[in-house]
Design a binder for this molecule. Structure first.
Ligand SMILES: *Cc1c(COP(=O)(O)O)cnc(C)c1O
Length: 402
């Protein structure tokens, strides 16, 4: 740990020519710091219980036992059976498996699926591939707040529809979809319902039984576990085709020697999330609402994007009129502040994201968009520091351009 820290501050020193800049991290929708308890729980599986879980001797069985314990914790977080959880390499693989795995086995029943215009690219690009293979995809619109219209969903259903995939909560603007109602509609029509809950897990209470969710994707690195581990929940009555062929791991549904420490870490992160969810939600809401009110008080010509009512507790997304988003991010970085212009996937391009386009944001606002997503480590003092610098920087950029 000490060595890592040392290297990190050295890099910062070289880059900025100053030492010991405190980092204020407000990009928890892009990834989160791995929790200390998670690292501690994982550590023995690197150096002690390092056996292959498929091996029959004790060292292998210990790893296997650890995995099954972790699987239980993941299942508990969303209220499913532990045998309905498949570990994957992350949210992207879970999304790919869900969509391709269902459309493949449903070929004879129908080739149509429904999703939304504001999904993560793991969903949108899987849909593109499916379309190249003869599937038909309907992309639902969203309203100004980023929420789908249930009537439009019902009208999009045809006798050929086999799958509905609607994200639980959006990664850019934090809007939460009417998941339980979508589940009811899908159930009534006998259509499989998948949700990308990567952003929602640990931040919203999820009960797949009560919400009629058939399949759900989640990812480790968005909830305090490492990158490269995730899970897919599939209701035990649903058949799907595996994406990766090989050995018999994950009950023949996901081949490849298990990422044991990753699975252990994800299990621990889910356990912590489940135990702390109420506290976590309240703390995130408090920080976010303080940030919203401070920005509204200090900075003119802004727009808060997304819904105020149906929103992830730790998400804020604000557009500043006449501001260049990447310039804003660079100036914030100079103050040790990490935030995002939209989603991590669109940070390289200056085009407004597909999500901001879908909610109808005009370009004079969309180009100056700042996503600030809070985490457990943030304090009120961090937010004060952020608002103070943000106010100053926005003023500077606006004055310069006049
Ligand atoms: C981060 C994210 C993903 C991708 O998860 P990875 O584990 O990074 O592959 C998918 N969907 C949403 C909504 C996300 O925020």
């Amino acid at each position: 740990m000490k060595v890592g820290k040392c290297i990190f501050s050295t890099i910062l020193y070289i880059k900025k020519g100053r030492s010991k800049m405190k980092i204020r991290y407000f990009d928890n929708a892009a990834t989160t710091k791995v929790k200390k308890e998670v690292v501690d729980k994982m550590f023995p599986y690197f150096v002690e219980s390092y056996g292959n879980p498929s091996s029959l001797y004790t060292l292998g069985r210990t790893a296997k036992v650890g995995i099954e314990e972790a699987r239980k914790h993941v299942a508990n977080l969303i209220n499913c059976d532990k045998n309905e959880i498949y570990f994957t390499s992350g949210g992207t693989e879970s999304d790919n498996t869900a969509l391709k795995g269902i459309m493949h086995v449903s070929k004879n029943k129908g080739k149509h699926m429904i999703t939304t215009k504001i999904e993560h690219h793991a969903i949108l690009n899987s849909c593109k591939t499916l379309e190249e293979h003869g599937c038909k995809v309907t992309y639902l619109n969203v309203d100004k707040e980023g929420i789908i219209n249930l009537e439009e969903l019902v009208n999009a259903i045809t006798k050929d529809t086999v799958l509905i995939s609607v994200m639980f909560a959006n990664n850019e603007i934090g809007s939460i979809q009417p998941i339980k109602k979508i589940g009811e509609i899908a159930k009534e029509k006998g259509i499989i319902f998948h949700t990308d809950a990567v952003q929602a897990c640990g931040n919203v209470k999820i009960d797949v039984k009560e919400m009629n969710i058939d399949m759900l994707s989640l990812s480790g690195h968005k909830i305090g576990a490492p990158k490269g581990i995730g899970a897919l929940y599939v209701n035990k009555n649903i058949e799907f085709k595996n994406l990766i062929d090989g050995g018999h791991q994950e009950r023949d549904k996901r081949a490849g020697t298990e990422n044991v420490p990753g699975m252990i870490g994800l299990g621990e992160a889910c356990k912590i999330a489940k135990n702390n969810i109420e506290l976590h939600i309240n703390k995130m809401k408090e920080l976010r609402d303080f940030y919203f009110s401070e920005v509204q008080n200090q900075i003119p010509d802004i727009k808060i994007n997304g819904s105020m009512e149906h929103r992830l507790p730790g998400n804020s997304n604000i557009s500043f009129k006449g501001i260049n988003g990447s310039e804003l991010l660079m100036k914030l970085d100079e103050k040790g502040i990490c935030a995002s212009a939209g989603s991590a996937c669109s940070s390289e391009s200056s085009m407004p994201s597909h999500v901001l386009t879908a909610i109808g944001l005009t370009s004079e606002y969309a180009e100056g968009t700042l996503r600030v997503t809070f985490g457990d480590e943030n304090t009120k003092e961090d937010v004060e520091y952020l608002v103070e610098n943000l106010t100053q920087i926005v003023k500077e950029i606006r004055n310069k351009d006049i």
